[in-house]
Design a protein around this ligand. Structure first.
Ligand SMILES: [Fe+2]
Ligand SMILES: [Fe+2]
Length: 137
């Protein structure tokens, strides 16, 4: 069975992760004001989580016989903190759905380790969305 569709899906997810950690890096750097310090720290710590997700995906693409191809979305992030959080909650929730679909594809390919990891990354993104919702109040 060909892994082409699975590799394409993993590459798409990798690019979403790279786009996300670049956006969070810029947002963490740009946030000023003591009232938003918790949000700034949250974005700083999530950069590391998203890099880890991207790294896992890039490694797995290679082990499935593919080549990771970078095509990140470099759209400048919103300048206002509440707009950042609203945008990122929607993106994190889209990532949960994306990982759910990849878990199904991995399961169909008989790749139990990948299925479980995709579910774990879905849970990480759901946690990120929840943390952001709490910060939004
Ligand atoms: Fe992620
Ligand atoms: Fe996330």
């Amino acid at each position: 069975m060909s892994n082409k569709k699975l590799i394409e899906g993993l590459n798409h997810a990798m690019n979403r992760e790279v786009s996300t950690f670049l956006r969070y890096l810029l947002q963490a750097a740009g946030i000023k004001g003591a009232q938003w310090d918790a949000v700034r720290k949250m974005y700083q710590s999530e950069v590391v989580d998203e890099v880890g997700h991207a790294q896992y995906l890039a490694d797995k693409i290679v082990m499935l016989g593919g080549t990771p191809k970078l095509n990140p979305d470099l759209t400048p992030p919103p300048g206002e903190v509440r707009a950042m959080l609203e945008h990122d909650i929607a993106e994190e929730e889209a990532d949960v759905e994306g990982y759910r679909k990849l878990a199904d594809l991995a399961d169909a390919a008989g790749l139990i380790d990948l299925k479980m990891k995709m579910e774990e990354q879905a849970a990480d993104e759901a946690g990120h969305a929840e943390e952001m919702k709490r910060m939004l109040g």
